[in-house]
Ligand binder design. Structure first.
Ligand code: FAQ
Length: 311
């Protein structure tokens, strides 16, 4: 009966075991997972664009090889995550349609332009840094395919974060102009990086249920705090500052106090009014349309292999 199935589902979740694709799950659980994992996949795919913008202008062969590897990893992450979503009964083609028709979201962070080469380093350091902070706990997410995908994704994100920090360290030991370029970039990315964790807990409609189902393991504000605490000492080592006059160590809490991100800006970006929102989706749509012949060829080949022509 449904009650027995629900009890069994709750038992698995509450004992920190994994729900697998063939297990019974409540509709809401399935829907929430499809929403979150699809958004996550879309973010990886759209997230290729800001850094991809610098591939042709990387300052050396070494930097170009690193950047190319990173952008390719992001494509890979998108594909694992689309596969994880497909285990829930949706089709990747449908998810791609949802993205390019604006029916599904992707991370706010990728709606900002990459104006200087320092942005490549800052994205690695802060954006991948924030992504790791958010995703390491997701390795313990209650849905098996998602948690397992996160393990490999996190290993690769750690490499991404390191390459960003190393790039910035190199620039910071360079000329005045290079140091200014890094600081200017940090100033632009700091607040959007904090917004990646989502709205504050009291305005996060999905958190309570996602935590109860152990899809999410920490609230948005908990992870944002963790990210700030982790980033401040790294900024000190680099020799940059964050553009927040309220940032200060709070000995009582054993954590940094920090200012409030501009949540109106966040809401605008999420609604599709970010600086590069239109361009990102237009590029994704063009790539999808230009790739139609590959999908048609693959489908024709699959059909021929499935039913060989014996005449
Ligand atoms: N952007 O109730 P909540 C990467 C939406 S890392 C846009 O708190 P939830 C790696 C949210 O969907 C980036 N929308 O929602 C990389 C919801 O709307 P809905 C991707 C946001 O799900 C690095 C509404 O606001 N990472 O790509 C954002 O419980 C460098 C209310 O919010 C992930 O997706 C936002 N920042 O918590 C690639 C991680 N925040 O759906 C390239 C997995 C919230 O009801 C280069 N996702 N919204 O219409 C999560 O952990 C969660 O989904 C949160 C949001 C924490 C993002």
């Amino acid at each position: 009966t449904t009650t027995e199935l629900e009890t069994e589902f709750e038992r698995i979740v509450q004992s920190d075991q994994r729900i697998e694709p063939r297990d019974w799950m409540p509709d809401g659980y399935r829907k929430t997972l499809i929403r979150q994992i699809a958004q996550h996949a879309h973010s990886e795919i759209i997230g290729m664009q800001p850094e991809g913008n610098w591939l042709t202008r990387a300052p050396s062969l070494r930097r170009k090889a690193i950047l190319m590897a990173k952008v390719q990893d992001e494509a890979g992450h998108g594909l694992y995550l689309y596969s994880a979503t497909e285990t829930l009964g949706v089709d990747r083609a449908e998810l791609t349609e949802n993205l390019i028709e604006g029916r599904q979201k992707y991370s706010s962070i990728f709606n900002y332009p990459t104006l200087s080469y320092a942005d490549v380093g800052v994205i690695g350091w802060l954006v991948d840094g924030a992504a790791i902070c958010n995703q390491v706990p997701l390795c313990r997410s209650s849905y098996g395919p998602y948690g397992r995908a996160m393990i490999r994704v996190c290993k690769e994100e750690s490499f991404h974060q390191r390459q960003g920090f190393e790039l910035l360290m190199t620039m910071m030991t360079g000329t005045h102009a290079q140091r200014d370029m890094v600081q200017e970039s940090v100033n632009r990315w700091w607040w959007p990086a904090l917004m990646m964790f989502g709205p504050p807990d009291d305005r996060s409609p999905n958190s309570a249920q996602s935590m109860a189902w152990r899809i999410k393991r920490h609230t948005n504000d908990e992870l944002r705090q963790r990210f700030v605490d982790m980033s401040v000492p790294q900024a000190e080592i680099l020799g940059v500052t964050f553009p927040d006059p309220d940032l200060a160590w709070n000995a009582e809490r054993g954590a940094y106090d920090f200012g409030e991100p501009d949540w109106d800006e966040f809401m605008q970006v999420v609604k599709g009014n970010g600086a590069t929102s239109v361009e990102r989706i237009a590029n994704r749509r063009a790539a999808h349309e230009n790739g139609a012949w590959v999908r048609e060829a693959a489908a024709a080949f699959a059909a021929r292999t499935a039913a060989p022509d014996t005449t």
